[in-house]
Design a protein around this ligand. Sequence first.
Ligand code: NDP
Ligand code: HSE
Length: 438
Amino acid sequence: MEPVKVGLLGLGTVGGGTISVLRRNADEIVRRAGRGIEITHAAARDIEKPRSFDTSNIKLTTDPLQVVEDPEVEIVVELIGGDSLALDLVMRAIEQGKHVVTANKALIAKHGNKIFTAAREKNVMVAFEAAVAGGIPIIKAIREGLAGNHIQWLAGIINGTGNFILTEMRDKGRDFADVLAEAQQLGYAEADPTFDVEGIDAAHKLTILASIAFGMPLQFDATYTEGITQITRDDVTYAEELGYRIKHLGLTRRTDKGFELRVHPTLIPERRLIANVDGVMNAVLVMGDAVGPTLYYGAGAGAEPTASAVVADLVDVVRALTSDPENRVPHLAFQPDALSDLPVLSMEEVETAYYLRMQVQDKPGVLADVTRILGDHGISIEAVIQKEPREGCPHASVIMLTHRVIEKNMTDAIAEIEALDSIEGAVTRIRMETLNAQ
Ligand code: NDP
Ligand code: HSE
């Protein structure tokens, strides 16, 4: 049988990895897919640029639309990134009745509802395994492997760049900007690295994970997003003294009132496996009612780990080319007319525990004032440590861990604490999750 002809949009980190993996493992891929998979056309901004991979026998152009519209191309692989040109190209491919594979989480999180509707109308597949957690086959695991479960919650370290930065800062005392530059050089970071460090990339991925876990429409705009730029070395050290690690976590939970959908730095007990996921590695912990907790671990970014997922999607698409569209796995795991309309909760309604750090005047009665305010808002304290003032600084640091409470109560309490004369500056708040079976 003739190989399937693929048009590749983008010859960057992931595009290059995809060409290399497809070429190196060509024989295995034929044995798996039943047909060869060949990249025949590709687009990049600069087709003269020297590349570290072999582009021989690929027709190169600077115009990605030419690739999409070439009648020879049966599957379009979008690896350009962004959600403007990429959206136009993907919609055009669908219009032309072509199947699409993409690693673009921004595109799926923001425009997936529209893309999937168009794809259903045209009976084409849109596969996006590489969009979440790099090489970990988490979409397949949730969408197919856990299909028998009522999924209760999931939590993941889903940005490799952010985890790499936090790990290097903690273990080697390296500077934030210096580690970010290395992540960019290694091809881990987004074209705009603020997407990594401000949590936007993780929010894109969490939006996708929540939709396939719970069968809800993609709702990126409703996802609460905080990045890692405010984490200080002091917080990392104090958290460790208390038996916790700070990780940048995406967390989604189904409650009676609605879905929690949030991305922020989180204290996790250090005994949890996920608290020990370091460097560019990602991990996603999924709690199903039947299976209990399951944990998926692997490289979250980089050329070949991501290409592993892109090529797996290509194999899946090729295997399903002749299948009845009605019998394909639904894009968002659930039948499109059976999606949940439960709302996404605002952050104020979310319940979680907290780590608080504040600078206090070192005099009697200060702690009593703080604990009274917390008590007035129904917040109970689990642990307190006080650090004596450092040389040249008149204030002591007080660090507290609290039990779970609604975020609104904590926000109100913090406002009152910050208004006390004995408190200097803002109170640092980091959310805390035990990630046990609740
Ligand atoms: P790169 O920036 O390395 O590659 C982008 C490619 O797109 C380049 O080859 C570039 O051409 C090409 N390109 C950009 N604009 C145009 C245009 N107007 N016309 C034609 N070609 C264009 O990105 P990555 O490979 O890192 O990322 C690609 C996608 O994969 C993104 O959506 C990203 O979020 C996602 N992703 C990335 C991962 C990673 O580890 N890097 C992991 C998982 C997903 P040129 O080379 O000439 O500049
Ligand atoms: N910039 C992303 C990350 C790439 O660091 O996780 C993988 O999606």
